[in-house]
Design a protein around this ligand. Structure first.
Ligand code: GAR
Length: 208
């Protein structure tokens, strides 16, 4: 069983999609060992607890410095001995030590087709605002491994979503979640759990 640590900051709809996929058998060979949030009010924590999954909060506000927070965060994460760390709407810049410690063992869901609308400052609704401002006709979501850069790691899965006339950022965000994020994040976890994803020369290869 692959042990997952799912890191969240907000509503947790992607966490919900993972839990539902485990329940329905769309994800096999993986279990959620813990859900960790930086925000004690994250509804994602409630979703986890309602399903009987351990949920903890480590907030930067409780630490004197970023270094102290990073150290405590990493120690907490390590204590769960996760095989795979899933960033499911986790809006904290990861400590460098964490990225070094878990090479090709951290994945992230991003709400655009990388390399469009990604990098520093592109998160949540801002991504969809930027896509609409540019007038793109197709957007989507990407699951990728996390490396030292922002949204630069090997791409595992992507799914395109149509932009429609009159879309607001909120409407587009919802469509990207429903049609892409909640589909490809659970699928990527299932593929990894079943040994179907490998990484070489900075590229991920998926065997169907
Ligand atoms: C999702 O849309 C996810 O793609 C995005 O945050 C949202 C979290 O929603 N992540 C990023 O923008 C990362 N750069 P959720 O809490 O309902 O899963």
């Amino acid at each position: 069983m692959l042990r997952l640590a799912v890191l969240v900051s907000g509503g947790g709809t992607n966490l919900q999609a993972i839990m539902d996929a485990i329940d329905s058998g769309k994800i096999t060979g993986a279990e959620i060992a813990v859900v960790i949030s930086n925000n004690k009010n994250a509804y994602a924590l409630t979703r986890a607890r309602e399903r009987g999954i351990g949920a903890v909060c480590i907030s930067p506000k409780e630490y004197e410095s970023r270094e102290a927070f990073n150290e405590a965060f990493l120690a907490k994460l390590d204590s769960f001995q996760a095989d795979l760390i899933v960033l499911a709407g986790f809006l904290v810049v990861l400590p460098e030590q964490m990225i070094k410690k878990y090479p090709n063992r951290i994945i992230n869901i991003h709400p655009s087709l990388i390399p469009s609308f990604c990098g520093t400052g592109f998160y949540g609704l801002k991504v969809h605002e930027a896509a609409l401002a540019r007038g793109v006709k197709v957007t989507g979501a990407t699951v990728h491994f996390v490396d030292e850069g922002t949204d630069t790691g090997p791409i595992i899965l992507q799914k395109a979503v149509e932009v429609r006339e009159g879309d607001t950022p909120e409407v587009l965000q919802r469509r990207v979640m429903e049609e892409a994020e909640w589909v490809i994040l659970p699928r990527a976890i299932d593929l990894i759990a079943n040994g179907k994803v490998s990484v070489a020369d900075g590229h991920a290869t998926v065997r169907a």
